[in-house]
Each structure stands twice: as structure tokens, then as C-alpha cells.
Design a protein around this ligand. Structure first.
Ligand code: PMP
Length: 314
């Protein structure tokens, strides 16, 4: 069977790490049915074992730290996260045998709190008013004052984050579209997904247009994303990479989430829906100019962690 692998040690089946990446590329037919010549395709990142795109960066960060002798037995992995990276670290810590301490704003969705604690991670809650910046400041403080206890993973500044997407996500997109991708669109959190995927895609074909998407304000409900003008700018972010940057309103993402659920049968998270809304804006512009396009985006996670949000109700 295709899903069975045999490792060099003769073991059958897939390990946790084997299950990360190689996600399907799904066609969003209904969203563009009025736009001939345009396709929108989304990487179904919820298929990853931790349920999000962040399994890629978290596993790359952990393996890199182990190889470099930074995450040694007895050390806790420490990082600031708004949720998905924390879930990925918690899952990897449980599977690979290292303790995990996370700094998270206290207003992350209740589902995220439950998942990280189910995996046995320790969470330090930070003031929601300070957003992800408050969690970053807390993690930096602990990394400084208790350096012997913690390996500070620093997803916002760790080069292994974007390199994961350079090595995997971009090459998967290139192969799955047989090199026909014309546009790549992704939301900005740490920016690892956008930076790594864009760097590799531009090497494969410099004509590919790479468009970043961020919330239109710091108070926007696009969980996992950052408004770069008002946040601590991630050290791995490179604004020069984007051909264009779109700002997305929470309401547009909510209404696209409902539309994807009801017309495509795809129950995706809010940042994924925001990314598709950005794809549709670009698609409409291109169609108005009579251009054809293969637009690829990242569907970061599924809706299960956001089902308690009120917008689904009407
Ligand atoms: N969407 C969601 C739901 C996320 O959790 C994240 C990561 N925080 C992103 C988008 C952004 O990904 P990245 O950190 O690679 O920019």
C-alpha cells in the first residue's frame, strides 16, 4: 500500500515526522466558476498530524535544534505562539520525549487551550491586550532569566522556520502544478510560510507573482496572522520579497469561511478563508484584464478550532 513505508531499521508504517508535509492540493471550483481561465488551488495543511501548516516549521526547528545540540535531554522547548505552532510543538514533544513550555495570549480559542494541555504542554498565559507581542516578550524574558532550563525555539527569528517551506512547501507546489503556478498567496504570521515558499518559487520561475496577506488592523480576528506595521516585526520577515501585499478585513474572511463550507464542502480556518478571499480579489483583477492564472494558496488549518466563533451561526 502507498501509505506503508519501511524504514532502514525495518519498521513498518509512518512515524510522526513522516506524516508531516506532502499535503494535497485541492481545487476551489465554485469560488472561481464565474472567472474563465482562472484556477484557485489550496494546500490542505490540516492533513498534517497536528492539523496545521505549522507542523512543517515546528518539526524543522526541533530537528535543527537537536542536530546542533541545543535541544538536549532535560531541556524544555520554549516559544511564544498564538496556537498552531504551540500545538505542533506539544505534539512533537509528546512523540519525541521533550517537555514543552508555551507563552500564549490568554484569548486564543478555547479549543487551542484544550489541545495543548491534552498533549501535556505547560502554558504561560499572557495579557490578551498585548497580543502576540506580549507572548514574545514573555518568552524572551524567560529565555534570558532561565537559560539553563530552556531551549528558546524563537519561531519568529529562527531560520529553520522559513527553510522548512523553502525545502518542502514550494517544491510540492511546483510539482503538484507541473510548474504551471502563476501566483502564490499566503498570510503573514511569523512570515515563515511566505518567505520560504516565495524564495524557492522565485528560483524555480522568477515570473511567479508572490503576494502576502495580512490583517487590515491589529484588532482584526484573523487568528495566527500579524499586522506588520504595528507588531514586533519578525526578524525572518523580508518585505522586499512580496510583489504585492494585501490587507484583509475580518468580515471578508468570515464570509469566505462560510462560503467555502457551504459551496465547496471545505471547513477551513479563518486565516485560510482570508487567504482565499485574497486569491479571489487577485483572480477578479486578472479576469478583468482577460488573463489566465493558476493561483496557489495555503489553507493553514481546518475550522474545528474555531467552531465556537459566533459568525458561523447566521
Ligand atoms: N494561519 C494560521 C492559522 C496560523 O496559525 C499561522 C501561524 N501563526 C499562520 C497563518 C501564518 O503562518 P506563518 O507563521 O508561517 O507566517
Amino acid at each position: 500500500m502507498a501509505t506503508l513505508t519501511q524504514s532502514s531499521a525495518g519498521l513498518l508504517g509512518l512515524s510522526m515526522l513522516d506524516r508531516i508535509g506532502n499535503t494535497p492540493l485541492v481545487r476551489l471550483d465554485r469560488v472561481v466558476s464565474h472567472l474563465p481561465g482562472i484556477q484557485i488551488l489550496g494546500k490542505a495543511e490540516w492533513v498534517n498530524p497536528g492539523g496545521s501548516v505549522k507542523d512543517r516549521a515546528a518539526s524543522a526547528i526541533v530537528l535543527d535544534a537537536q542536530q546542533r545540540g541545543l535541544l538536549t535531554p532535560g531541556k524544555h522547548l520554549l516559544d511564544a505562539t498564538s496556537g498552531n505552532t504551540g500545538i505542533a510543538y506539544s505534539m512533537l514533544g509528546a512523540a519525541m520525549g521533550f517537555p514543552v513550555t508555551l507563552c500564549m495570549p490568554a484569548n486564543v480559542s478555547p479549543e487551542r487551550k484544550k489541545i495543548t494541555s491534552a498533549y501535556g504542554a505547560h502554558v504561560i498565559w499572557t495579557d490578551p491586550a498585548d497580543g502576540s507581542d506580549g507572548a514574545i516578550r514573555k518568552a524572551r524574558e524567560l529565555a534570558r532569566t532561565e537559560a539553563e532550563k530552556y531551549f528558546y525555539a524563537d519561531q519568529y527569528g529562527n531560520q529553520a522556520n522559513w527553510q522548512a517551506h523553502y525545502r518542502t512547501t514550494a517544491n510540492e507546489i511546483w510539482q503538484q502544478t507541473a510548474g504551471r503556478v502563476t501566483h502564490f498567496i499566503a498570510g503573514l504570521g511569523t512570515s515563515g510560510t511566505f518567505v520560504g515558499t516565495t524564495r524557492r518559487l522565485k528560483e524555480l520561475n522568477p515570473a511567479i507573482q508572490c503576494i502576502s496577506m495580512q490583517p487590515d488592523s491589529p484588532f482584526n480576528g484573523l487568528e495566527g496572522l500579524k499586522h506588520m506595521a504595528t507588531a514586533i516585526v519578525p526578524p525572518i520577515y523580508d518585505p522586499a520579497l512580496a510583489d504585492r501585499n494585501l490587507e484583509m478585513e475580518t468580515e471578508a474572511a468570515y464570509s469566505m469561511a462560510k462560503r467555502l463550507a457551504r459551496t465547496e464542502g471545505l471547513l477551513v480556518g479563518i486565516s485560510a478563508a482570508g487567504a482565499v478571499a485574497a486569491c479571489l480579489r487577485i483572480a477578479e483583477e486578472l479576469a478583468a484584464r482577460g488573463e489566465e492564472a493558476v493561483i496557489v494558496t495555503i489553507l493553514c488549518d481546518a475550522a474545528d478550532k474555531y467552531l465556537s466563533e459566533r459568525f458561523w451561526e447566521d
